[in-house]
Design a protein around this ligand. Structure first.
Ligand SMILES: C[S@@+](CC[C@H](N)C(=O)[O-])C[C@H]1O[C@@H](n2cnc3c(N)ncnc32)[C@H](O)[C@@H]1O
Length: 322
């Protein structure tokens, strides 16, 4: 069994992936009250609030740190002055100070692929420099598309994995998980006429199909495809590049709650005690659980972690009757 902490926890997508690998959560932090509510409904604990206000010594010791932290620019002034200066005022600073205090053995950071090019590459190079040269980690990074790992959604994210040199030496053999051989498509996950998700005819005519700057992806139960990335603002339909279903009272509807769970690889019984707006925002901010689950499995393998509970890798199968 390994212990982990869940930072920027959202609704606990990374926690689910850790628990499926036999991990035990010893601390979580998430400041958004709506996400805290969903987290509590599913894990029975309310995450601690603002991580910037929590001292590293008040966090229990742990084997594994997980963080899907927001991407922010670093000041380039403090180039040679240690991570405190290089990363001050950013949330990566808080990740770094926790790692420094606890000498956490394994880490997994998740972010949008744009992290690599953010601020002309400076943000990413500071993160790697701090992890490798100041905190003593061997790191690996890769942009991975969740679509290749068992969910019917295109969702590219960058994952940064780190192993503490002091614990594992420098030539750690870490390998990214192999893509699944079997493909899954949205057609197998669509619900039969869920109600209340319709997009009004008026909105369709005046907005959804009107604009020139992008076309929505329209799907139905014959669509042997993957849906586009679920974004946090999906419910606002401001992103005309999203995916909508040809179905329902008005002919076009949003993805339902159960369909969101399916494309993010969450179990169908995951509790969502918040409004629909919050539900889309929370899933849009979260992770595709199966890909994270597989990455963590590879991390534990490389770290040769002494004891692991049986790994119940969850396979997304056709969850709904069509
Ligand atoms: C990209 S989301 C991570 C979602 C998470 N991986 C999941 O599976 O749901 C980033 C989260 O960080 C939270 N956050 C941002 N600043 C924070 C802070 N200072 N303290 C605690 N949480 C914070 C946001 O509310 C948001 O839910």
């Amino acid at each position: 069994m390994f212990t982990f902490i869940d930072l920027f926890a959202g609704i606990g997508g990374i926690r689910l992936a850790c628990e499926r690998n036999g991990g035990q959560c010893v601390f979580s932090s998430e400041w958004d009250p709506h996400s805290q509510k969903t987290y509590h409904a599913n894990f029975g604990e309310t995450p601690h609030g603002d991580i910037t206000k929590i001292e590293a010594k008040d966090i229990p010791s742990h084997d594994f740190l997980n963080a899907g932290f927001p991407c922010q620019p670093f000041s380039t002034i403090g180039k040679r002055e240690g991570f405190e200066h290089k990363t001050q005022g950013t949330l990566f600073f808080d990740v770094a100070r926790i790692l420094k205090h606890h000498k956490t053995k394994m880490i997994l950071l998740e972010n949008v692929p744009g992290l690599v090019t953010h601020e002309n590459g400076n943000t990413f190079s500071v993160i790697r420099d701090v992890l490798e040269n100041e905190l003593g980690y061997v790191t690996f990074h890769q942009v991975i598309n969740a679509a290749e790992y068992g969910v019917p959604q295109e969702r590219k994210r960058i994952y940064i994995v780190g192993f503490l040199k002091e614990a594992y030496g420098e030539d750690i053999k870490f390998e990214w998980p192999e893509p699944d051989t079997e493909d899954v498509f949205i057609s197998d996950f669509l619900e039969k006429h869920p109600t209340g998700y319709g997009i009004s005819k008026h909105l369709q005519d005046t907005y959804l199909f009107k604009k020139e700057d992008g076309r929505p992806q329209l799907i139905d139960k014959s669509s042997k495809i993957k849906v586009k990335t679920l974004v946090a603002s999906y419910h606002k339909i401001q992103r005309l590049t999203g995916t909508f279903v040809k179905d329902g009272e008005t002919g076009v509807r949003l993805l339902s709650e159960n369909e969101c769970k399916a494309i993010m690889g969450f179990p169908r019984d995951y509790k969502i005690p918040v409004s629909r707006t919050q539900m889309y925002r929370q899933f849009g901010n979260s992770v595709a659980v199966p890909v994270v689950e597989k990455i963590i499995k590879q991390i534990l393998k490389a770290a040769d972690f002494p004891f692991q509970a049986p790994m119940n890798e969850t396979k997304q199968s056709s969850l709904f009757d069509i």
